[in-house]
Design a protein around this ligand. Structure first.
Ligand code: TRP
Length: 333
């Protein structure tokens, strides 16, 4: 069975852009692949952060992923597998300075970071993609499902693997492939010209765990037409609402409302009602599952400690072979 690996940073809430764009796909991949999913807390230290919040967010994300359908056996927390950090140090020596300097995520985030209190940009933020390469290669993943924004990081990962293989004179790492699945790109309902995102502010995203009333209000106030109506062209706002409907597997509603649109009889209120209904249905079931899961947090933490230990065994095996191959001392008594 081919192995799939992906990771997510514990930086707060999950919104419908994240769910339809990534997590829903992760849930489905569990059926056809051996899947490993990490909550990467070491990565979350690369931007200004609060220690107490980091730990809270890490567990919160575990509960959230489980509530959305990720099996706990497939989940690990990065800092419970310290070999990631060890491999990333080794990989620093196989990563090209010039290439890492060119990463657009670093450029974007260093702007955000500079806008913070004291203009501080950490070496960790710069080195982030090398740690990401370690996350992937330590499990010898065949496929990595990520969005377009991570394409560069995946290329760097392959380059590091290649250079390592050349150095040790052996095709040790198989070059991982990006698994680009067709996932919908959900837009902000308040401004459908931009994608749904956390950083843009509250009204630009809808939490997967939002209360019913919040969801209904947000969808009701979703922007539909922005003034300039181009004859025969669907506005971004309407397109986005249809996109959400389809992403939520409401194909029947989608077909009938699209029929109305095509015959010029679509009532926006009917489209909005259908979208609100779909999201409320999803959120209600996620919230119910989350309630069950968090009823015994200690039990979940224990379960994740065990699953991280199990997943760690793969990482330990890799790090042992890597150290041996790249000339670090290897004493056996
Ligand atoms: N960089 C990814 C993001 O910003 C998160 C990530 C860290 C990741 N390590 C990874 C994704 C390994 C895939 C594989 O979304």
């Amino acid at each position: 069975m081919k192995r799939v690996l992906s990771c997510i940073q514990p930086t707060g809430d999950i919104h419908y852009g994240n769910y339809f764009g990534a997590v829903k796909n992760w849930v489905e991949l569990q059926e056809t692949y051996q899947t490993i999913y990490g909550v990467v807390d070491y990565h979350a230290m690369t931007m200004p952060y609060n220690p107490k919040k980091l730990r809270e967010n890490t567990w919160e994300l575990i509960y959230n992923l489980m509530a959305m359908g990720i099996k706990p056996d497939n989940l690990f927390i990065q800092s419970l597998v310290p070999e990631h950090a060890e491999l990333s140090w080794i990989f620093n020596n196989f990563a090209s300075m010039g290439r890492v300097e060119n990463m657009t995520q670093f450029k974007d985030k260093s702007v955000q970071s500079k806008a913070g209190k004291d203009g501080f940009i950490s070496v960790g933020l710069f080195d982030y993609p090398v740690l990401q390469a370690a996350d992937i290669l330590i499990y010898k993943a065949d496929f990595v499902p990520v969005g377009e924004d991570q394409r560069q990081h995946l290329e760097l990962t392959r380059e590091i693997a290649q250079r390592f293989n050349n150095q040790v004179g052996k095709e040790y790492f198989v070059l991982p492939e990006t698994l680009f699945t067709e996932t919908p790109k959900i837009k902000s309902t308040a401004d459908p010209s931009r994608k749904m995102s956390k950083s843009a502010g509250d009204k630009h995203n809808i939490s997967v765990f939002a209360e019913e009333a919040v969801i209904r209000k947000r969808i009701k106030s979703a922007v539909t037409d922005t003034g300039e109506v181009v004859e025969g062209q669907m506005s971004d706002g309407i397109k986005n609402l249809f996109e959400i409907l389809k992403a939520a597997d409401r194909q029947d509603d989608f077909d009938s409302l699209m029929g109305d649109y095509n015959s010029g009889t679509l009532k926006y209120s009917a489209l909005k009602d259908a979208v609100a209904e779909a999201l409320v249905g999803l959120s209600n079931s996620f919230n119910a599952r989350k309630k069950e899961i968090t009823a015994d947090k200690r039990a979940v933490k224990y379960q994740i400690k065990i699953s991280s230990d199990n997943i760690r065994k793969i990482a330990q095996e890799t790090i042992k072979e890597v150290k041996d191959l790249c000339g670090l001392v290897n004493v056996k008594f």
